[in-house]
Design a protein around this ligand. Structure first.
Ligand code: PLP
Length: 398
């Protein structure tokens, strides 16, 4: 008998552009922290669609809110106001402490908007058009040209040069390396509060505080990219809240809509009142009623389901179990991360371990070639951690 799943995969490989090395399974449905392929095989999900599905799958209240909005109104364009966007913006301001919100369709698009706002702010300040942005090595901000231009992995950028230009790179947690790139043209410093794709590197408190001070002294804007580490994953709604360092501009996406494509960039009133104005920026879909109904309901559920309390409860347990595993296996060099965003550093490629785990019903992803990344739904329990650890233990022993 021909394998139905393989037939589908072969078809996909003929039709889709080859830009991904996909896991060789076709997913069909999700429930809680489990995913099922089309043959009904269950997988424990420790990836949540790359840090997106924070609430777990099949949450009735969330699904019902989307269904109700579909029946009412899906799209309006930004020529009009719509109720879910008004609602979502108010709630997102409260959750973030920022003053103004612009909704986008993706994370990369949020980064684009953040960069444009920063350049406009600087332009209005001194009328120059040669402003520079400092970004970090190992950073990841997305695949569009602006976002790619501040992404600290040369291999991602090189084939697509020239980038937007006037971008300098420094090392995360190394103030001297930032000072070395600083000039009177610097208008913004952009970084992820916890670097994700680049290998799960949390920012150090001393570094982020020094960067904040530097920005204040020189009227440079601090842009924090919280697309992956934000939305409760760190144990705080946004990871910068842990350090008491507030950005001038920040980005959010991934878990913001829990699966409905939506992102946002937000700013303080200081930036908003002196940067983008009508005609400077726009999007056809961004902030549409369906996407914003998702954001609005996600933010409600974060409160009513005490999502961040669960992160605070389970994350230390996950850390402890990963540390035990690291001590047991010679091939594991260590662990780093914040909250439910963790990385296990191997002395070898992570791919075979991830493949072995997948065969045993556990979905894991990597961050770089030799780091196993853990970005589970934020509703996982200690029992889920135990199940994950037992499969990973076996997969590391092969
Ligand atoms: C995923 C990610 C992005 C890009 O988001 P997309 O929705 O894929 O465009 C940007 N920044 C960070 C930190 C991310 O993790």
């Amino acid at each position: 008998m021909e394998d139905k799943m393989q037939v589908l995969i072969d078809g996909a490989e003929r039709d889709l552009l080859h830009t991904y090395n996909r896991y060789q399974i076709v997913l069909d449905k999700g429930e809680g922290v489990s995913l099922y392929d089309i043959n009904g095989k269950r997988y424990l999900d420790f990836a949540s669609g790359i840090g997106v599905f924070a609430l777990g799958y099949g949450v009735k209240e969330y699904n019902d809110a989307l269904k109700a909005q579909i029946d009412k109104l899906i799209h309006t364009s930004n020529l009009f106001y719509n109720l879910p966007a008004i609602d979502a913006a108010r709630k997102l301001k409260r959750a973030s402490g920022m003053d103004r919100v612009f909704f986008t369709n993706s994370g990369a698009e949020a980064v684009e908007g953040a960069l444009k706002a920063a350049r406009k702010y600087a332009f209005l300040g001194d009328g120059r058009t040669d402003h520079e942005i400092i970004a970090m090595e190992h950073s990841f901000h997305g695949r569009t040209f602006g976002a790619l231009s501040v992404t600290g992995k040369a291999a991602y950028r090189e084939p697509f040069e020239p980038m937007i230009g006037h971008v300098k790179f420094a090392q995360l947690n190394d103030l001297d390396s930032v000072m070395a790139q600083l000039s009177d043209k610097t208008c913004a410093i952009i970084l992820e509060t916890v670097q994700g794709e680049g290998g799960i590197y949390p920012v150090e408190e001393g570094f982020i505080k020094a960067i904040r001070q530097l920005c204040d002294e020189r009227d440079i804007l601090l842009i924090l990219d919280e697309i992956q580490c934000g939305m409760g994953r760190s144990g705080y709604m946004y990871a910068w809240q842990k350090y008491g360092v507030k950005p001038d501009i920040m980005t959010s996406a991934k878990a913001l809509g829990c699966g409905v494509p939506v992102g946002a960039f937000m700013m303080t009133e200081k930036v908003a009142s002196s940067s983008l104005v009508a005609g400077d920026h726009g999007t056809t879909y961004g902030g549409n009623p369906l996407a914003c109904a998702a954001v609005s309901k996600v933010l409600d559920l974060f409160e009513s389901e005490h999502i961040i309390d669960n992160v605070k409860l389970v994350a230390p347990y996950l850390e402890e179990k990963l540390d035990t595993l690291a001590a047991k296996h010679d091939c594991v060099k260590g662990r780093r991360g914040l909250g439910l965003m963790q990385g296990l550093v191997l002395d070898r490629p992570a791919a075979p371990v991830i493949k072995a785990a997948l065969d045993r019903g556990l979905i894991l992803i990597s961050a770089g070639s030799d780091i196993i990344r853990f970005v589970p739904p934020l509703v996982i329990s200690k029992d889920d951690v135990d199940e994950m650890i037992s499969i990973l233990d076996e997969s590391l022993s092969l």
